[in-house]
Structure formats: structure tokens, C-alpha cells
Design a protein around this ligand. Sequence first.
Ligand SMILES: NC(=O)c1ccc[n+]([C@@H]2O[C@H](COP(=O)([O-])OP(=O)(O)OC[C@H]3O[C@@H](n4cnc5c(N)ncnc54)[C@H](OP(=O)(O)O)[C@@H]3O)[C@@H](O)[C@H]2O)c1
Length: 339
Amino acid sequence: MIKAGIVGISGYSGMTTLDLLLKHPEVRVTYVSANNTTGKVTDIWPQFKGKIRLMCQKFDLKKAVELCDVIFLAVPHTISMELAPALLKAGKKVIDLSGDYRLSNARDYKKWYGSAHKDCHNLKKSVYGLPELYREDIKKAKLIANPGCYPTAAILALAPLTAIYSELIQSVIIDAKSGVSGAGRKASVMFNYCEVNENFKAYKVFNHQHVPEMELILSKISRMPVAINFVPHLLPVNRGILETIYVQLNDKISLVDIHKIYERFYKTEPFARILAAGQQPELKNVTHTNYCDIGIDIHAGKKLLVITSVIDNLVKGAAGQAVQNMNIMEGFKEEEGLL
Ligand SMILES: NC(=O)c1ccc[n+]([C@@H]2O[C@H](COP(=O)([O-])OP(=O)(O)OC[C@H]3O[C@@H](n4cnc5c(N)ncnc54)[C@H](OP(=O)(O)O)[C@@H]3O)[C@@H](O)[C@H]2O)c1
């Protein structure tokens, strides 16, 4: 049994992490904190009444170190890099759900997140927590950069192609749609009910902070630069991401062949599911689960491959993947608490 702490318990990702850990047989949640939110966890999240008695307080390093073996940072970017160094120095394992440790250098971080990186030392040491690609590194990691929600759906959808057939790729367009919980619980006009309900719109066209993360990982897999064109949209649902990915190929490949490649790539993966050729994934099949469902279709004449990928942004896109990473780091069964 290990002791886990969650920083950012009053947010959606923190709440989802707690929900999963309370059902996990190998974990006891011993510490929770937030920023301005204090009091009983069951007052913040009444759905946990009878399941947890912890109080939420402002972050206290001494207590976090005393009470936890592993700490989930479910806080906004720039906050994680203030908290992680001392936790790591005290020998704790850290799983960061923010974007602070996902990029490979401070220059890109400044460009895309708009702040100087304050912990370049650990930025170099962090392991990108996408188990389907980096399981062996995750086993040995002390600091996990849990992937972003959009990148999880996109990288899983493109990894088999970029790993095996990168020379076939001419261009990639990712048309992504996310439910409103992707923006977190904090209030802002753009995410008000009346702004979102019965509405649909694009935002951050070409300049979403997840672009460099996707390009970095896909380029590593393909061992050559991969550029993507990414347009996110705000979907009027609570949770879920659907990405329609258009890959213009420069040569012909049959649907049967590409489908075989995808099935083989994820054959032993517990959470990446390849649908039958031509079948389309749906949000309702993955919400509240840790699955990523992927559909593949091809227009042979146009040499156009269309990959569709769905996840729950709060589970495979955040808390579920974080728990999957913890399971791997601790040597637990990878699916523990997630099925
Ligand atoms: N939402 C998603 O689908 C999703 C998916 C993948 C990754 N993420 C990432 O996960 C992180 C959390 O996202 P979220 O959507 O759960 O956000 P959220 O709902 O807005 O919650 C943020 C949490 O962080 C706490 N916090 C803010 N400033 C803090 C500080 N200075 N010290 C300690 N705690 C602080 C907040 O506490 P108070 O309530 O007291 O202010 C709250 O508990 C973000 O980095 C986000 O990018 C989110």
C-alpha cells in the first residue's frame, strides 16, 4: 500500500484523480491541497461523502513530504515547477498533470506558455508519461510529465504511422474538439453555460500550447521532423475529445495494410483500441474510461488517410493516464483501478 497526495483537489483533474485512487486497492490518499479552497473534501466534492475524511489546505511542503510517497500535481502550468523541485529533492515521486515538464527545452516553454521555465534541471530529467510509447522509461522515472489531453489523442492516433511509414506523410491536419471540462473548473466568460450551450467554435487556431508537444513526440518517433496543423474547437459537452486527423500521403497504401499496422502496434495495449476498418469511434464509448478508441479510413484515389481518435480528457487525457503511470512506476498491475 502506498500513500498518495493530490495538489489541486478542487479542480476537475484533481477530483478525477481522487475518484480513481479511492477505488485503487494499492493506494491510500493521505494528503490533499488547493490554492484558495479549504475545508472538508466532502464539502468541495459531495459525491465523496462517506468515502474520505481528509481536509483540504493550502499547499504545505513539510506535510506533503511527511504524508506521501507519490504526489499528483493537478495545478495550472507555472505552479507545478514551483512545487516539484522540493518534492523531488525530498525523494518523492511526482506526476505532473500540467504542461510544465512536457517540452524538451526552456526556450520552447517560454514561446508557447509565455513564462520563463524555473526548473530546467528537472525539465531535462522528466519522462513523458505516455505508457504506450515510453513504458520502460516510466518504470524508472521520478518525475512524470503527464501528457496533455489533445496530444494524447493525437499522438496515439499518429504513432503507428509515424513510427513505421513516416516517409509516406505529406501533411497532417488535426481538427480537434474538446468538451468544456478541458478548460478546468475556474470560471471565465468564454466557458459560461450561455456561451457554450448550443454553440460551437474554433479557438487558438495554429497557436495552441499543445502543438509543440505533439510535434516533439511525433518527430522523436519518426526520427525526422513532423509538422502538424492543429485547430481546436470547443464542443458543448462536459467531457470528451474527438480528433479527426487528415493525413495527406504521397503514395498509395491499402486500408487493409494500414489497419494491420495499427492493430499490431497496439496488440498488447490495455487502453488503446483499434476499431474495425471503416468503423468510427464515438465519445460515449470512452467517457469515464481510460480508453483511446481509434478509427481508420482511407480514400485510395486521393491518397488521403483519415484517423479519428476519442478519449475522455479527464481520464486518459489527465487523471486516468496519471494513475496508469503511477501503476507502472510502482510495479502495480497497469490496469489497476482503471477498468
Ligand atoms: N481539464 C482537463 O481536461 C485537463 C487535461 C489534461 C491536463 N490538464 C492539466 O491539469 C492541470 C489542472 O487542470 P484542471 O482542469 O483540473 O484545472 P482546474 O479545474 O482549474 O483546477 C486547478 C486546481 O489547481 C489549484 N491551484 C491553482 N493555483 C494553485 C497554487 N498556486 N497552488 C496550489 N494549487 C493551485 C486550484 O485550487 P483553487 O480552486 O483553490 O484555486 C485547483 O484545485 C492543468 O495544468 C491542466 O492544464 C487538464
